[in-house]
Ligand binder design. Structure first.
Ligand code: FAD
Ligand code: MLT
Ligand code: ZN
Length: 465
């Protein structure tokens, strides 16, 4: 696969290697080139780095010792969870040491009276969801990478996903965190008080910091009561504009709305070709809206009434049983792997203001073809949040013209160049489109305060000092 590659990493300093082995044990300092290679390539295949070693601490105390050692040796660290990130932030593109958090995998127990859960950073999102479910609660964040993505990675990226429209993003679930800052200081605030205005909310700051301030080692999460009655509908829409208008209307008219996702004809056809699934509806439609409603009582009548009042709906398939609902969601979730099968995509994850959302969805193909006529554009996303995933294939990994054109167009209309995936290395160049020089200076000051030697993910989000 053609990837944006980095130069080979230098070998690890033998003194540092010995000291790291003393902390984590020989089996947890990986240096075999074949083994570390899998930690150096990102999920999209667009970003391939190289690293002298992967260190796998087994406790927060070991994380703290590793950070202290790296600080002493002036060695940069890339924290890594499930390596499902989309912006090249979790792979060593400048020869950094990789710190894998996957061994920190203890979850729970759930505090049933408050509806809260503590989990170590390396617990997968799926394991958090299942611990919550087993205790009669649910965790509000869900996304297609759930089986590999870790809760530490979700916090580091402030992951969004399929149910932000109902429950909010990861930051909205986060009541506290434990972390080892780049300075080596360990901060821990895991008490889980629902109201707690005692100074700066460090956990909120760490959420979305993409490993640039420190390593998240544990989190305290808010759970929500289950919504056992669920119904989903795949709506065949006249066009993307009608789908966007319908999604916006459903947020007002359907209180039990728990997901509303946009797809278009080309994406659905690609998914069907790659996965072998039959078309979701008998005839093709220019756009599709996947709508889910859920609650304590059957939301089907409410969903039917809300859908009946929409314009542009040409057909609908309704699912009531969990397996059928999952099958409808598969059309949406499979977009990521289906697009990857065409080669490493440029993943431009943006949010648009409501007023220009429909217009921009219609403009993306033209914006891309003006700079890369050979490219293909794939549109889908969490349209209830104004979040569109503009994926582009057929462009070389290091050809940034498409990224530049799309991100500038989005910023020009007041949108965000990163809705939920983060800035990483992929979008660092464009952060100034959304953030003023004064804000960037404040970011740099925070970085210097918490990571004075700049060892934490120094090439991600901010330009190194
Ligand atoms: P990684 O990829 O390992 O790392 C991501 C970033 O976080 C890096 O900058 C890394 O340095 C940092 N990091 C990781 N762990 C820590 C830690 N413990 N402490 C400090 N920094 C850390 N994302 C969404 O927001 N919404 C979606 O709907 C969504 N769907 C996806 C579907 C699929 C099929 C896939 C493959 C990915 C999807 N993603 C989605 C992207 C990805 O899953 C999220 O960004 C996720 O939060 C990354 O978690 P991770 O453990 O894999 O992190
Ligand atoms: C999604 O919504 O499917 C994810 O954010 C992943 C992607 O953008 O491919
Ligand atoms: Zn997404």
């Amino acid at each position: 696969m053609d990837t944006r590659t980095a130069p080979a990493a230098r070998a690890i300093d033998p003194d540092l290697a010995r000291a790291l082995v003393d902390v984590v044990g020989g089996p947890h300092l990986l240096t075999e080139p074949d083994v570390v290679a899998s930690y150096s390539l990102d999920w999209t295949g667009r970003f391939r780095g190289s690293t002298p070693a992967v260190v796998r601490p087994g406790s927060a105390a070991e994380v703290a010792e590793v950070v202290a050692l790296c600080r002493r040796h002036g060695t940069a660290i890339v924290p890594q969870g499930g390596n499902t990130g989309m912006v090249g932030g979790g792979v060593p593109l400048h020869g950094e040491l990789v710190m894998s958090l996957r061994r920190l995998d203890l979850a729970g127990p759930v505090d049933g009276s408050t509806g809260q859960l503590s989990a170590q950073a390396g617990v997968t999102l799926a394991a958090v969801q299942s611990a919550a479910r087993d205790a009669g609660w649910i965790y509000g964040v869900d996304l297609g990478g759930r089986d590999s993505a870790t809760i530490g990675g979700n916090v580091a990226t402030n992951a969004g996903g399929l149910r932000v429209v109902r429950y909010g993003d990861t930051r909205a679930q986060l009541l506290g965190a434990e972390a080892v800052l780049g300075s080596g200081a360990v901060v821990s605030h895991l008490g889980g008080l629902l109201k707690d205005n005692t100074g700066y909310a460090l956990h909120s700051l760490l959420c979305g910091s993409e490993g640039t301030l420190g390593v998240v080692t544990a989190v305290r999460l808010r759970l929500v009561p289950p919504a056992p009655s669920r119904v989903a509908a795949m709506l065949g829409m006249r066009d993307a504009s009608a789908a966007v208008a319908a999604a916006q209307a459903l947020r007002r008219t359907l209180p039990s709305l728990s997901a509303v996702e946009l797809m278009v004809r080309a994406g659905i056809e690609l998914v069907c070709t790659v996965t072998g699934a039959p078309p979701p509806l008998p005839d093709p439609h220019e756009a599709y809206l996947l709508v889910e409603a859920s609650g304590a009582t059957d939301p089907t009548p409410e969903l039917s009434a809300a859908v009946a009042s929409l314009s542009g709906v040409q057909d609908a398939a309704v699912a009531l049983e969990p397996a059928r609902i999952a099958a409808l969601f598969r059309y949406r979730e499979a977009h990521t792997e289906a697009i990857n099968s065409l080669g490493s995509p440029h993943k431009l994850d943006v949010t648009l203001p409501n007023a220009v959302l429909a217009d921009m969805v219609g403009r993306f193909a033209g914006i891309v073809s003006a700079v890369a006529p050979e490219a293909s554009v794939w549109l889908f996303g969490h349209v209830g949040d104004g979040n569109v995933h503009v994926n582009v294939t057929g462009v070389a990994p290091d050809d940034d013209r498409v990224d530049d054109a799309v991100l500038r167009a989005v910023a020009d209309v007041g949108g965000s160049i990163s809705a939920e995936h983060g800035i990483g290395t992929a979008k660092r160049r464009w952060l100034g489109l959304n953030r003023s020089p004064t804000e960037l200076q404040a970011f740099a000051a925070i970085k210097r305060a918490l990571d004075p030697d700049g060892i934490m993910n120094p090439h991600v989000m901010l330009t190194p000092a």
